[in-house]
Design a protein around this ligand. Structure first.
Ligand code: ADP
Length: 547
């Protein structure tokens, strides 16, 4: 027997309509590329998103056409989130930190019809434009007064384009499985691959973003969105904020410690989200300004890479803010797990509680997960066994855009994440490594992430990376590569002594190398492929003698 409920499609336009009607005055604050702080609200955002939609229709953009953006976090980018997807076109957020040849590849692969571009990235696109064949025109995200002379074909200022459009529009209704947005994974190996989200997957994911046990986005929040709008939908916050009426603070291009601190403080931010690298920059600023206070800050979402223990401790000790450790992937919209505590943890001593919070957390409702061995057999959820992490659910990809990578699911729809993890009896998942980064020493596995996290716990260490180096006896042994904090020093011996007792003895790195900086991917992760390349001729002192 069928239920007798209405079958209303889950569409992204419903989110902005709701925000405009029920939270119309709630602010959206942007640090603009042009300089000043700009303030708007959800009512205006909806109105201008409709002007964008009408402009696109006038330009001939049709259902399913891809529209690129190359932009920082700001109100115009938010208007595109709704204006493009709202009419059934596909918002393709391009990561400007990709190599130029990757940007050229993905624009052509996505067949973007128009590209909306911030002033900052005009020179980059000017170089690439002749090779971007499908693109019919460029919209520079500024007004006439700030419009620069540029060689982009058919360039027009955003404000000029929308000024002549009506803000009257009833958002069209269509199938909820229609594609809404497209985001390419950074592709540390091979070409980037496109993840194509649908209206349905996006709206379902937004409900999760607003759940108390996930990110808890709500109308009382003021959220500084550091994670870029071009990185996996800014972890779903732009949608969840509309669903709940949270105030949004969009930081633009400056993510240095001082700029981030000023926005956190001035906009009374209660929740913020970003990758660990950003918080390291904030800590650098806080070290120089010991009187800094953030009385409103409650939650810091840290994801993209593992949140080091020392980072979680510092946010709590210095500001009383709790960390929500989040794990996910572009392929997962992106949320998979969040590290919130359970009632049973009330009263747990600080150190023991942080032991729980350094784990990547428990599966969000809607995401099924398990760990498997090489034969595909499910491994025990005992917190010790580790294996390949596989996931499935309604906001997890079923295949890459245009079939790249072929069939990526197994027969039961499980998607292999490429991460190696443990699951404990309470359901907390902990990433031990990316499958290609795990160090295989004498038949056992060593987690490079654990070693990195312990190393950055040393007061003189700013950032650390661990890679496996070929070893004649053990097959591979860990090498610790360290960047020290400004004006601070630590010796190889002291650092190894510091790690003793913090990790199993046989995990201790065989050597420590100090470098000025470490290479990162376009989404701020350590670029281990580059490190492995840089250190391919490295040999451990005395390693040959072990033969
Ligand atoms: P990209 O590879 O394009 O940067 P993603 O953001 O999709 O894309 O990266 C997903 C990967 O990032 C995960 O598979 C995992 O290896 C890593 N990751 C994400 N969050 C965490 C976390 N909290 N701890 C450890 N690793 C993480």
């Amino acid at each position: 027997m069928q239920g007798l409920m209405q079958n209303a499609p889950l569409l992204i336009s419903s989110l902005i309509e709701y925000a405009a009607l029920y939270h119309g005055d709630r602010e959206i604050v942007s640090k603009t590329v042009e300089g000043p702080i700009h303030r708007t609200n959800y009512r205006e955002l909806n109105r201008r998103a409709k002007q964008v939609a009408n402009a696109l229709t006038r330009l001939g953009v049709k259902h399913g056409d891809r529209i690129g953006t190359l932009a920082w976090n700001g109100y115009r980018h938010m208007e595109l989130y709704y204006g493009v997807s709202g009419i059934g076109a596909v918002l393709h957020t391009i990561n400007p930190r990709l190599f130029p040849e990757q940007i050229e590849y993905i624009v052509n692969h996505a067949e973007d019809q128009y590209i909306f571009v911030d002033l900052t990235f005009v020179p980059l696109l000017e170089k690439l434009a002749p090779a971007l064949k499908p693109v019919k025109g460029y919209i520079v995200m500024t007004d006439e007064a700030h419009m620069q002379k540029c060689t982009l074909p058919n360039a027009i200022a955003y404000e000029t384009l929308i000024a002549r459009e009506s803000d009257e529009l009833t958002w069209p209704v269509f199938d909820e499985n229609t594609a809404s947005s497209l985001c390419y994974t950074s592709g540390t190996t091979g070409n980037p691959k496109g993840v194509l989200y649908s209206h349905r997957s996006t709206v379902l994911h937004s409900f999760a973003v607003c759940m108390k046990d996930v990110l808890g986005v709500n109308s009382a929040d003021s959220i500084l969105v550091i994670v870029p709008l071009f990185h996996a939908n800014a972890w779903g916050i732009p949608y969840g904020a509309c669903m709940s009426g949270a105030k949004l603070v969009l930081p633009g291009q400056h993510l240095d410690g001082k700029s981030v601190y000023e926005l956190l403080s001035q906009e009374k931010v209660t929740m913020t989200a970003g990758v660990p690298t950003v918080w390291l920059m904030l800590f650098g600023y806080l070290d120089q300004n010991p009187d800094a206070k953030l009385p409103d800050l409650q939650r810091v979402v840290i994801g993209g890479s593992a949140a080091p223990r020392s980072m979680i401790e510092r946010f709590e000790k210095q500001f009383g803010a709790s960390t929500i450790h989040a794990w996910g992937m572009t392929e997962m919209s992106p949320l998979g797990t969040t590290g919130n505590l359970l009632p049973k943890h009330a009263g747990t001593p600080f150190d023991k509680r942080i032991d729980v919070q350094v784990k990547q957390g428990r599966a969000v409702y809607g995401v099924e997960m398990k760990i498997i061995d090489d034969e595909g057999r499910e491994l025990s959820r005992d917190g010790k066994a580790f294996g390949d992490l596989v996931v499935r659910g309604p906001w997890i990809t079923a295949g890459y855009f245009k079939g790249e990578g072929g069939q990526i699911l197994d027969k039961d729809n499980w998607f292999k994440t490429g991460d190696v993890a443990t699951l404990d009896p309470d359901g907390y998942m902990q990433i031990t490594d990316r499958s290609k980064d795990v160090i295989k020493s004498g038949g056992e596995w060593i987690s490079s992430i654990d070693l990195e996290n312990e190393a950055v716990g040393h007061p003189a260490v700013a950032e650390a990376a661990v890679i496996g180096i070929a070893h004649p006896k053990w097959q591979e042994r860990p090498l610790l590569i360290v960047v020290t904090k400004k004006d601070m020093d630590v010796s190889r011996e002291d650092l190894l002594k510091f790690l003793e007792g913090r990790v199993a003895k046989w995990w201790l790195p065989d050597d420590v190398v100090f470098v000025k900086d470490l290479p990162h991917t376009a989404t701020g992760k350590l670029l281990k492929t580059k490190l492995r390349q840089d250190f391919k001729d490295y040999r451990f002192p005395g390693a040959d003698a072990a033969e």
